[in-house]
Design a protein around this ligand. Structure first.
Ligand code: LLP
Length: 427
């Protein structure tokens, strides 16, 4: 579900014709639909209304302040993984008691800042981290709430780079270690272990792995209750899949129907950490065709966005739909250059000097010509947030549409931005 639709052969974001934005802002740029973002958040909230979870949007999926603020204003909390994300969360006005902080490698300065801001809790990923947080908490004379991230050893059908809950993955602690920690928690004088956390991975399209993991965790919680240990929170992470191509992911309602019966039986306060589900299909990357090149082996459409703007195809072989901003044909190109034939197969590639700099391989596309604009769909999550300056390419602008209004929410970087922190030493 999203608000990018064709009207009169032109792609619109809500009430705005995307091609008008492309001419105004130049390409490449990201454009988000505020309506889609809010609707996705509200869908999840409604699906789980019976248990009123705290929905903490996963900042890493899209960390633009304007988007964080949009969600925070609707009551969302935020799931963070670094000092930088803490900084953003607070700048976006998120109440600190709605911030949860995961990461296998939290640094001391990051921990200190989060303790000082009194976030809701840390999701702890190792015994050493517990010791470190306890030591810093003592130093700051604070009592700190934490949840233990357990690794439920669950297989998920997703790309191997984004699954996180098998025994061999680096995340969380196994159940035996969790038991040991919970039984010895008095050793951590300044910590309160208040709950458990799981996160199975990302782009998971079915409910079964969640059900398996949640059952395992709830059995463990019951077992620990037998030993006199009671917990108050269960953070079930993020990971809900979306449609990029032909996936048929569970809806928020279906997901809730699968997992709520288990969650309702407990008195635990439930936390969700969705990222992709909320923003994935709420954003597109707009790019312009620079050249069309035919070789004896392939046809290439070379666009002005690159893997530095959207790395998902290069990194995970991820599929993103590619649509023309305008379906109208027949306007002759000003410069006489080769045009793409009808429904030929193309590799859509960027200008970066790497063969993995592609957005599509052997993709059948409609008739296109140099200068045409394309939309790379489903780019709202892990798009801009994973962008880089590779090949000294300034990062793209970001724009949000609110009904018929357009707001620039991140200026395109300049060449000065590229070298801002560089120093040539006097030798
Ligand atoms: N909670 C934790 C602890 C996480 O590590 C993540 C994502 C989330 C929540 C949100 O997951 P989501 O609902 O968005 O699936 N760059 C990859 C995805 C990496 C996900 C990392 N962790 C991609 O482009 O597919």
């Amino acid at each position: 579900m999203h608000d990018f639709v064709y009207r009169d052969k032109n792609l619109y974001c809500e009430q705005v014709r995307v091609e008008d934005l492309a001419r105004h802002f130049k390409t490449p740029f990201y454009i988000y639909s505020s309506k889609t973002i809010i609707e996705h958040y509200l869908k999840l909230k409604a699906a789980f209304r019976e248990i009123k979870p705290l929905i903490c949007f996963s900042v890493k999926a899209n960390s633009n302040l304007a988007i964080l603020k949009l969600l925070v204003d609707k009551g969302a909390g935020l799931d963070i993984v670094s000092g930088g994300e803490l900084y953003r969360a607070l700048k976006a006005g998120c109440p600190s008691k709605k911030i949860v902080y995961a990461s296998v490698g939290k640094r001391e300065d990051e921990i200190r800042a989060a303790i000082e801001k009194e976030i809701l809790f840390f999701n702890i990923e190792s015994h050493s981290e517990l010791e470190t947080i306890n030591r810093i908490a003592k130093d700051l004379k604070k009592r700190v709430s934490v949840a233990l991230r357990v690794n439920p050893d669950i297989e998920t059908k997703t790309h191997r780079y984004i699954r996180t809950a098998r025994a061999e993955d680096k995340f969380g602690v196994d159940f035996d270690s969790a038991e040991e920690i919970l039984l010895k928690q008095d050793a951590f004088s300044n910590l309160r272990i208040k709950g458990l956390h799981i996160h199975l991975g990302s782009q998971i399209t079915t409910g079964a792995p969640f059900v398996r993991a949640i059952s395992k965790v709830l059995n463990f919680i019951q077992y620990m209750a037998g030993a006199g240990i009671t917990l108050q929170h269960l953070d079930i992470g993020g990971g809900l899949g979306i449609v990029y191509d032909k996936e048929t992911p569970q809806t928020a309602e279906e997901f809730a129907r699968r997992v709520m019966p288990f969650l309702k039986r407990t008195k635990l306060k439930i936390i969700l950490e969705p990222g992709r589900f909320i923003v994935g299909n709420a954003g597109i990357l707009v790019t312009k065709i620079i050249y069309i090149k035919h070789t004896p082996y392939k046809n290439f459409i070379i666009v002005d966005a690159g893997m530095n703007d959207l790395i998902r195809p290069a990194l995970y072989g991820a599929y993103h739909k590619i649509l023309p901003l305008s379906k109208s044909k027949g306007q002759p190109s000003k410069i006489s250059r080769p045009e793409a034939g009808k429904n030929q197969k193309y590799d859509v590639v960027g200008p970066v000097c790497e063969s993995c700099d592609f957005f599509a391989k052997n993709r059948r596309l409609p008739e296109l010509k140099e200068g045409d604009y394309l939309a790379i769909m489903g780019a709202g999550a892990y798009g801009f947030s994973m962008a880089s300056n590779y090949n000294s390419r300034p990062r793209a602008a970001e724009v949000i549409v609110v009904k018929n209004k357009i707001h620039l929410i991140r200026k395109r970087e300049t060449y000065q931005d590229l070298i801002r922190n560089e120093i040539i030493p006097k030798l």
